[in-house]
Design a protein around this ligand. Structure first.
Ligand SMILES: NC(=O)c1ccc[n+]([C@@H]2O[C@H](COP(=O)([O-])OP(=O)(O)OC[C@H]3O[C@@H](n4cnc5c(N)ncnc54)[C@H](O)[C@@H]3O)[C@@H](O)[C@H]2O)c1
Length: 224
């Protein structure tokens, strides 16, 4: 029996560093017929001002949802799809997911199935989403209290990682991301473990952590 091998999933480019410079360079931004930005109340307040200079001369529509895992569900997707329809979203539009893993997972999923899929980019703003959730093409939502039970594999056009976003992150969220890094380092990556050991004092504040981090982010890509 002849069989056709499924396509291997492409890896999206990771652009690490200054978010303004990196977003301005993205062709997909200029090519999109409509631009949408999904964020939650916190990322609108703390992260959107850092992205804004990259959007000058571009028309865009903001979609703002409430923060938290409880929002990663079908009702919120319906709100997002409604806003996309009202904003005239087409298969040639672009969604920017500006936020932590909740925004990334849910925005990625909403884009993956709306009109059978349109382009999205990930701009992760928590440590967990920078080191893990935004990389790997997994999108999805929770349903009937089961995490990530509905979803799709959907590669973003790009993943734009700027450690500066972490400066406003509550320390609890920083520690949550670091736990993920440590887990990965212990299993796969001796060098990363050495860097994790040096984070001790830097964990006193997100600003100090950003200075100490020097590129641990995107470990998931490097190790794959
Ligand atoms: N797709 C994957 O491969 C994958 C992997 C791991 C985790 N996940 C998912 O990621 C989610 C958890 O992600 P998370 O920990 O980023 O949580 P989150 O997205 O809920 O963000 C945590 C909190 O931080 C706030 N926040 C985000 N960025 C901020 C910033 N720069 N400054 C101040 N506040 C900010 C958010 O508003 C939220 O209140 C879970 O739903 C999990 O299932 C997905």
């Amino acid at each position: 029996m002849n069989s056709i091998a499924p396509p291997s999933w492409p890896w999206s480019p990771i652009l690490y560093g200054n978010v303004i410079e990196n977003v301005k360079e993205l062709d997909v931004l200029k090519q999109a017929d409509k631009l949408f930005i999904l964020m939650d109340d916190n990322t609108e307040k703390y992260c959107f001002p850092q992205l804004l200079p990259a959007l000058e001369n571009l028309d865009y529509k903001s979609i703002i949802i409430r923060p938290g895992e409880a929002e990663k569900q079908l009702e919120t997707c319906q709100e997002i799809w409604r806003e996309l329809i009202k904003g005239g979203c087409t298969r040639h539009s672009l969604l920017i997911n500006l936020g932590g893993g909740v925004i990334g997972d849910m925005g990625g999923f909403c884009a993956a199935v709306f009109k059978r899929g349109f382009s999205q980019i990930q701009i992760p703003t928590t440590l967990l989403s920078q080191v893990d959730a935004s990389v790997g093409n997994k999108t999805g939502i929770d349903f009937m209290h089961i995490k990530n039970i509905i979803g799709a594999f959907s590669p973003p056009e790009a993943i734009v990682i700027d450690p500066k976003f972490l400066q406003t992150l509550p320390r609890r969220q920083l520690v949550s991301g670091l736990a993920e890094l440590i887990k990965h380092a212990l299993i796969y990556d001796r060098d990363l473990w050495q860097r994790c050991l040096s984070f001790g004092k830097a964990l006193a504040s997100p600003t100090a952590f950003v200075k100490a981090d020097s590129g641990s982010c995107s470990y998931k890509m490097r190790s794959s």
